[in-house]
Design a protein around this ligand. Structure first.
Ligand SMILES: [Zn+2]
Length: 421
């Protein structure tokens, strides 16, 4: 059998084993918070042990371990490919609303059920098998492959991928990253928006509501402020030329809307302003002396945090009595990889097999750990199962999509490594 035939054989003949592992993983509570992933990490380590693959654990916080496994191909030289997935998942929420135990891992109606099966136990399991299959082929492969299975993703990644990038850069930066967060089968994601959180405080004299001329109203000022902040959505992004050309294509816009809902093609490329909380006033017949707004700005590729902060500062300057503070200061910028990168071609080609319409490259509205690599200039691409039901009650993932995602990444990884010969 050729190397390709071997890979295809394992992908198909080990489907039962792949599914067993996903079920086993789904049965482990890795809800974050608290994000204790030790038992899940044990299961991953045991798998690597059975495959005879060396690994090590980096746990800057004991309950949130990160695994690293790596091997060099026997054909020398070549490229360093990273595979990245996370162990922790969203909390269960209202347990009573679930039909099944959120940690059942049951298979019903062609789906594996459980919290986090979509985000991203399906994807992390897929990459574990991709890594194991590439390892078996290592004698013939050029380059190097490194798997990082991390914790803390759902709370920002500071102790997970963020920590590895800062403390184990030599091992984990690599030349290109594959990630299996849920993207939907119709899209491959090559960038993502970022968030900027601001708290506005409006303070006036206040007083008795029959005497508005004496004290002013913080709530009425908030209404004007919100109107002004909304205008920031009109900022025009300076997208890199390849990004603009890609996102302008009608089929890309269509795929984005299909994957992320009507309106997504436009939201993907502009600032959005969400007035998340608004608290002002004490009593109906009092002039509100204070109003506090918490505002979540989502920034697209081509608009910096600094640019938005400058607009905000100019607005605040027009409103005496308004102050602003940044929550989570120093957060990430929106990040993007070249949508014409070779890896995108491999992913689109293999992902398109068996689909009615070829998948399209888009930008993610939410965040993933891939931003840590892109921020360091390492191209990173996301392809995973449908995000439908992610984080919701009765979360479940399609078994067919799980096998599809595993196959696409295995073949794309193989092609990328072989092309670096
Ligand atoms: Zn995720």
């Amino acid at each position: 059998m050729s190397e390709t035939q071997k890979l295809l054989h394992w992908l198909d003949s080990e489907r039962g084993r792949q599914l067993d592992f996903l079920q086993q993983f789904a049965r482990i509570d890795t809800a974050n918070p608290p994000g204790d992933t030790r038992r899940a990490a044990d299961v991953f380590r045991a798998f690597l042990d059975r495959e005879g693959i060396a690994h090590r654990t980096e746990a800057p916080q004991a309950a949130h371990p990160n695994l690293i496994a790596t091997f060099a191909g026997g054909a020398g030289g070549g490229r360093h490919l990273m595979l990245n997935g996370h162990l922790d998942v969203f909390p269960v929420g209202d347990r009573a609303a679930w039909v099944r135990d959120p940690w059942s891992g049951e298979i019903a109606d062609g789906r594996v059920h459980g919290r986090g099966t979509v985000d991203m136990k399906c994807g992390t399991t897929a990459l574990l098998f991709v890594f194991a299959y590439l390892y078996r082929l290592r004698a013939e492969l050029p380059g190097r492959v490194t798997l990082t299975v991390v914790s803390d993703e759902e709370t920002g990644g500071k102790w997970g991928t963020g920590w590895l990038i800062e403390n184990c850069a030599q091992e984990v930066l690599g030349d290109c990253v594959l990630n299996t967060e849920p993207s939907g089968l119709a899209t491959v994601r090559f960038g993502e928006k970022c968030m900027l959180w601001l708290r506005f405080r409006i303070a006036v004299k206040g007083g008795h509501s029959a005497y508005p001329h004496t004290g002013g109203s913080a709530n009425k000022m908030a209404a004007v402020l919100i109107h002004d902040l909304q205008a920031i959505e009109a900022m025009v992004a300076e997208e890199p030329a390849t990004v603009r050309a890609t996102l302008d294509r009608p089929e890309v816009r269509q795929a984005a809307e299909l994957s992320l809902g009507a309106g997504a093609a436009e939201v993907m490329r502009r600032v959005t302003v969400n007035i998340g909380t608004m608290q002002g006033g004490v009593k109906i017949n009092m002039l509100p002396a204070e109003c506090v707004l918490e505002v979540d700005f989502r920034l697209p590729v081509g608009i910096s945090r600094a640019a938005v902060l400058a607009k905000v500062a100019a607005i605040v300057a027009r409103h005496p009595g308004v102050s602003v503070e940044e929550l989570l200061p120093g957060g990430p910028e929106a990040t993007v990889s070249d949508p014409t990168h070779e890896m995108m071609g491999h992913l689109l080609r293999h992902a398109g097999v068996g689909l009615a319409a070829p998948p399209q490259p888009i930008i993610s509205l939410g965040g993933t750990d891939t931003r840590f690599w892109r921020a360091k200039g390492v191209p990173a691409f996301v392809y995973g199962c449908s995000p439908a039901g992610m984080g919701g009650v009765d979360e479940s993932v399609s078994v067919a999509e799980f096998h599809h995602v595993l196959r696409v990444h295995a073949l794309a990884a193989r092609d990328y490594l072989m092309a670096g010969r």
